[in-house]
Design a protein around this ligand. Structure first.
Ligand code: SF4
Length: 691
């Protein structure tokens, strides 16, 4: 059956949540992109990824039938045989090792309903070992925001920031590359209308270019050394304190902890900090004045802040700045994490995390847990489970089986060669995906899923807007929707009446609403085409564009200020590894490249990986532009092309995790932030030699 009309859905790539349409021709595989002119976030505009998104739906590499590993090789199997094997292996692992012998990887690329059902399945199995890739991107941000303000999400919305912010402080984020439509349609528009932007990043990038607006001096770029975000923000905070730019009324009425901050910074040496950061002190002071004296100033925070062993403290210092200057609780302000994947916010909201149930209700809170148990009808384990990197690192110890839905840990986790070795040792791995990812090479059973374009459900974008996705007809008959696979696995494992027998995503969403207070007021009808921002507690609520108008969602109702001190990266340069590697993504690719490397349009832009090297370092190491070079860290090595450029600071090299034959994650450090368990992707010591 073909449809003449296009189907309105949401772009499957970044967290901006742009609406697009999918048109399906006479054959199911004949799918193409069409603009959705009235889409609420983007009004029809898309970046190169959104425009190319339909290219992978009928790609020749699609997994089209279940597979089972036999004598070392994967062979085709029926759904019944594959699912029987999955259920038998999971039961064996539970019998032999207990329920914590399994680990479940949820997916920030799949929908709320699917993530909700996967985490429910893990908990019904008897474990809280379930996590999604927020652990790899913003777990530290979520931790700091929840502890100090109340909710692990953007405090404000893109629309109120565009309309009301006078200053944007963008630290460790690159929206020009990672969130192109938010950057062009919201943030750059605000700067064109008179706002100032302060960018804090070791790398000059597309965000830098986008704000180089003719005849405007309203753009400052503080190009700091990787891992010096705390001293830089402490220099800013010291400047704020010394100049009397604290909002005393706001601090007295709505915060706690300013004295701790004053004590921490009492003897702080700004000159020494500026030198450590590699940024002139006068630039830091000018930026501090612009932010602190603005009517409304907003902070954007990205993975340059979160992906550190001190990630929680990095973000806490941004919260300190916002609270001390009274820049929270009204439009045009706040601390705003830009989320990377189209549903990383939603996967977390619906409970695909080891420490919280849907709606961020702590799993060790008896009252909250019992309320969810009443709906689900079974007992939920009360101890928080393992995070996804901890699950991987526990293989062979406490973890013996992995259920991987739409994730690619062999490429996405740091110290990738170690991850591959661990997966090789795992007793049983099931992978549910659309393509033969690098992780499929370690799978015992492969379950072929449908793509984003072929199914319906909801996703939650970076500013807490829940939107509906709608699917066209299935392209391959023998693939199944993630939700249907989970429904059948749950029913086979636990029985017909165990709460897994759902008839489509709307039925799942109705149950999700019951156990997730921040989504309780939403229905598919109410979401319509505009979507709704959470929190949306009761039917009829319009949802909150910005948070904390009256009080913070902390036990005291006050925002928590807490002074933090510099902690250098766990690896710093030495004679053997004299350079610091930092990593980031390209506009044209997406995380481990599972989809974007299969798009002809995107691959044409960047067919291979490269490393940015400063000209002084290039001379020091005998490297010329375009040379093939080997980057080596304590964990492994990759060979790629050198791009000699002044966009990167001297002493720092920069590359990406997108390419399987030369992924940055072979080199990155798997040390974790103690509280949030996020890895330190953003700083590793390396050397560079000619290949
Ligand atoms: Fe898709 Fe993000 Fe581009 Fe929008 S900005 S089209 S959501 S990748």
């Amino acid at each position: 059956m073909s449809t003449d009309e296009s189907t309105k859905t949401i772009c499957p790539y970044c967290g901006v949540g742009c609406g697009i349409s999918v048109r399906q021709g006479d054959e199911p595989g004949d799918v193409s992109f069409a603009p959705w002119g009235e889409a609420p976030v983007n009004e029809g505009r898309v970046c190169i990824k959104g425009g190319a998104a339909t290219e992978v739906v009928d790609h020749e590499d699609r997994l089209t039938e279940p597979m089972i590993r036999e004598d070392g090789d994967l062979r085709p199997a029926s759904w019944d045989e594959a699912l029987s094997r999955v259920v038998a292996e999971m039961e064996d692992i539970r019998d032999e090792h207990g329920p914590d012998g399994m680990g479940f990887y949820a997916s920030s690329k799949t929908m709320n309903e699917e993530n909700y059902l996967l985490q429910k399945l893990a908990r019904r199995f008897g474990t809280n070992n379930v996590d999604n890739c927020t652990r790899m991107c913003h777990a530290s941000t979520v931790y700091a925001l929840r502890e100090s303000l109340g909710a692990g999400a953007m405090t404000n919305s893109m629309a109120d920031l565009r309309d009301e912010a006078d200053v944007f402080w963008i630290q460790g984020a690159n929206p020009g590359e990672q969130h192109p439509i938010a950057n062009s349609q919201y943030f750059r528009q605000a700067v064109l209308d008179g706002a100032t932007v302060i960018q804090v990043d070791p790398h000059a990038n597309k965000t830098t270019e986008s704000f180089e607006i003719e005849e405007s001096d309203r753009h400052m770029h503080l190009q700091l050394e990787p891992g010096t975000d705390i001293p830089l923000l402490n220099a800013v905070l010291k400047t704020v304190l010394d100049n009397g730019w604290v909002d005393e009324e706001f601090v007295a009425e709505r915060t706690e902890g300013i004295e701790d901050l004053r004590e921490t910074l009492a003897d702080f040496d700004k000159e020494a900090a500026a030198e450590e950061c590699g940024v002139p002190l006068e630039d830091i002071e000018r930026a501090a004045e612009a932010y602190a004296t603005a009517d409304n100033a907003a902070i954007f925070t990205g993975m340059g802040m979160s992906q550190h062993a001190c990630g929680v403290d990095n973000v806490q210092n941004e919260i300190n700045l916002a609270l001390a200057t009274g820049n929270l609780g009204r439009p045009g302000t706040g601390v705003n994490p830009l989320r990377g994947q189209n549903n990383v916010q939603g996967a977390s909201d619906v409970g695909a995390m080891p420490n919280v149930l849907p709606g961020y209700q702590p799993v060790d809170d008896d009252e909250a847990r019992e309320a969810v148990e009443d709906v689900w009808g079974f007992e939920i384990p009360s101890e928080p489970g393992l995070t996804n990197v901890e699950i991987t690192h526990s293989v062979g110890d406490t973890v013996h089986g992995l259920y991987v839905m739409g994730e690619n840990p062999v490429m996405s986790e740091p110290n990738a060669d170690r991850v591959a070795d661990l997966l090789d040792e795992t007793e049983f791995v099931v992978v549910q995906d659309i393509f033969p990812t690098e992780t499929v090479e370690y799978a015992d059973v492969v379950l072929p899923a449908t793509t984003w374009a072929e199914r319906g459900g909801t996703v939650t974008n970076t500013d807490r807007r829940v939107q509906r996705m709608r699917g066209v007809e299935k392209v391959h008959e023998d693939t199944r929707h993630d939700l249907d696979i989970l429904t059948e696995v749950g029913t086979r494992l636990f029985g017909e009446d165990a709460g897994f027998d759902f008839d489509g995503p709307e039925e799942v969403f109705e149950e999700l609403r019951e156990v997730c207070p921040i989504y309780h007021g939403m229905t598919y009808d109410a979401l319509g085409e505009e979507g709704l921002h959470w929190p949306c507690y009761e039917p009829g609520d319009e949802g909150d564009q910005f948070l904390y108008a009256d009080s913070f969602d902390t036990p005291s109702g006050r925002g928590q200020i807490e002074g933090v001190r510099h902690q250098p990266p766990r690896e710093t340069p030495d004679d053997e590894y004299p350079l610091i590697l930092t990593t980031a993504r390209l506009e044209e690719h997406y995380n481990t490249g599972t989809m974007s490397r299969r798009s002809a349009t995107l691959s044409r832009q960047h067919p291979e990986n490269f490393v940015d090297v400063h000209p002084e370092d290039a001379e020091r190491f005998g490297v010329a532009d375009g040379d093939s070079v080997t980057l080596r860290s304590r964990r492994g090595e990759i060979t790629l092309r050198a791009n000699v450029t002044e966009a990167i600071k001297e002493g720092v090299v920069w590359t990406t995790p997108h390419f399987a034959d030369a992924s940055a994650n072979v080199l990155t450090n798997d040390v974790l932030d103690e509280r949030a368990k996020i890895p330190e992707y953003k700083a590793a010591a390396v050397d560079v030699t000619l290949a």
